[in-house]
Structures are given as C-alpha cells and as structure tokens.
Design a protein around this ligand. Structure first.
Ligand SMILES: NC(=O)c1ccc[n+]([C@@H]2O[C@H](COP(=O)([O-])OP(=O)(O)OC[C@H]3O[C@@H](n4cnc5c(N)ncnc54)[C@H](O)[C@@H]3O)[C@@H](O)[C@H]2O)c1
Length: 270
C-alpha cells in the first residue's frame, strides 16, 4: 500500500545485491512511495547482474561506485544530480563486508589488513559518502541519510568479530556527522539497528541460523524482516520524521530491551 510519502523526493540507494538485500526492499518501497532514485553498488558486485532487474522495475539508473573510493563517490554524486535533475533528498547506506568473517578468522586471530578493509568498507565509507555530499553541496535542506547497523555495536556476539567495531564506528559517525549536517543544511543522519536478516551479508556470519532463531525467540514481536526494515527506512526518508537525528534506532521486535524470554527459558529447561 502506498501513502505517497516520498512523492517528489530524489535519492541514492547503496547496497542492493540481490532480492534478499535490505537495500533492494528499500528501493521497491521507495518506488511505491513515489521517489526517484539512482542505484549504486561496488563494480565487482554488479557482475552478478541482479541489480539490473531492480533498476528496470524501478525505472532507475545504476551508477557503479566502490564506496571506499572518494573519487567514485564524487562521480556518483555528480552523475546522480545530473540524472535526477536536482539535489538529493535521501541516501541509504546499506553496505557491509568483512574479509575476516568471509574467511572464517576468529576474533583472536584477525588479519589486521583485512580488519582495516572491514572498517573502510563498513564504516568509513559512510563518512566518505557524507563528506562528498557536503563538499558538492548535494543534499537538499531537510534531507535524510540512513545507514544500517547491528546490536553487536553495543553487545558481544562472538562470531561478528571485527564487524562489531565497524558498527560502533558507523553509529558514532552518524552522531558526529548528524551534528554537522544538521547545522549546515538541516539534514538528519541516523542508523537503523536491524534484527538478524537472511541476506548474503547476514548469513555469511558464523552461527547465523542459531542467533537468528535466538533473537526471534527473545523478541516479543519476533525478528523484523527486510520488508519491515524497508518500511521503517521510508518513514525516516519522509517528512514525518524531520526532527529525528543522530540516533541509533532499534528495529528489532523488542530484542534490545529483553533480559530473557519465556521461549528461551522453556528451550533451556527442556
Ligand atoms: N543481514 C543482517 O542480519 C543484518 C542485520 C543488521 C544490519 N545489517 C546491515 O545491513 C546492511 C545491508 O546488508 P544486507 O544484510 O542487505 O546484505 P547484502 O549482502 O545484500 O548487502 C551488503 C551490500 O554491501 C555492498 N558492498 C560491499 N562492499 C562494498 C563497497 N566497497 N562499495 C559499495 N558497496 C559494497 C555489497 O555489494 C552488498 O550489496 C549492512 O550494513 C549490514 O551490516 C544486516
């Protein structure tokens, strides 16, 4: 169902890899709500070609950009404004990758070059995106910028290894750039801390199925799906949330405030 919440708004959506991606669902909902946007992903991720289907469906153009490259981001923001014919109202940063997790390195055995890569891709890229948007004066007044985070920024999830540090930095960047962009252009910056979700990045984390089930049983509302997450992101891009900024917003069915649930007690007592 459409409420025309994003009618006339122009955006950039990072991170749609395949139809399971959170960014994919956000793009579909943004289209339904009347937005126009460009899609972007790392050139290497585009080789799969899945994003072309989404672009066709959304009548959106694709501009490749490695989010760790300031040069690629400059090209992206320049071209996006040309294509959309105006400045940008919303940006979704839905990017995460850890070579250490991909290669199964335990927390006590991290490869530090890969650790830096994790931080660059999953956290510093968020700063670079906003840096380029600021330098090009690419954001409209009262625009909205959202990135995706996970509760491992605050709590320990052993298999999340270096990504937990990336998420802590990501959330800190949202606060600090949120202050700066608020003062500069009334632009708000937030992170959504999402439930475990069955996507390529999510299922790549060791023990994913167990902590997916655990979170589902702990949360009174169960895990939030990628579609739920997209709905929430749309509200943050809409004019209904203009005074929300610098926040890490829990979108987790209640998980973050739970101590223990009856379902978990029942499971352990068996
Ligand atoms: N899936 C989960 O359980 C979960 C939970 C909380 C938060 N998140 C976060 O949601 C976001 C989206 O992940 P997802 O779950 O949709 O998985 P996904 O694998 O579909 O998306 C991750 C995206 O990051 C992109 N990416 C990687 N390196 C890049 C680079 N250098 N430049 C540009 N893009 C790059 C990938 O191509 C991919 O499109 C990530 O920040 C992730 O950490 C996921």
């Amino acid at each position: 169902m459409s409420y025309n919440l994003l009618k006339g708004k122009k955006g950039i959506i990072f991170g749609a890899l395949d139809e399971k991606s959170i960014a994919w669902k956000v793009a579909m909902r943004a289209k339904e709500e009347g937005a126009e946007f460009v899609l972007t992903n790392a050139p290497i991720a585009m080789r799969m070609g899945e994003i072309n289907k989404l672009a066709e469906h959304c009548n959106a153009q694709i501009i490749p950009a490695d989010a760790t490259s300031v040069e690629d981001l400059e090209n992206l923001f320049t071209k996006a404004q040309e294509i959309l014919g105006s400045k940008i109202d919303f940006v979704l940063h839905s990017i995460g990758s850890s070579p250490n997790i991909r290669k199964g390195k335990a927390y006590g055995d991290l490869n530090y070059d890969w650790f830096q890569k994790t931080l660059d891709i999953s956290a510093l890229s968020f700063h670079k995106v906003m840096h380029v948007a600021e330098k090009q004066d690419a954001m409209n007044e009262w625009g909205s910028i959202v990135a995706l985070s996970y509760i491992a920024a605050q709590r320990v999830f052993p298999d999340y290894t270096d990504m937990s540090h990336a998420k802590a930095i990501l959330e800190s960047i949202a606060r600090n750039y949120g202050y700066r962009f608020g003062k500069l252009k009334n632009v708000r910056v937030n992170t959504i801390s999402q439930s475990p979700t069955k996507t390529t990045a999510g299922t790549g984390v060791g023990g994913f199925d167990a902590f997916y089930d655990y979170a589902d049983k702990m949360s009174p509302l169960g895990n939030a799906s990628a579609e739920d997450c997209a709905n929430y992101a749309i509200t943050l891009f809409s004019d209904l949330t203009r005074m929300v900024t610098m926040q890490n917003l829990m979108h987790d069915g209640g998980f973050s405030y739970m101590g223990v649930s009856e379902d978990i007690v029942d499971m352990i007592s068996k």
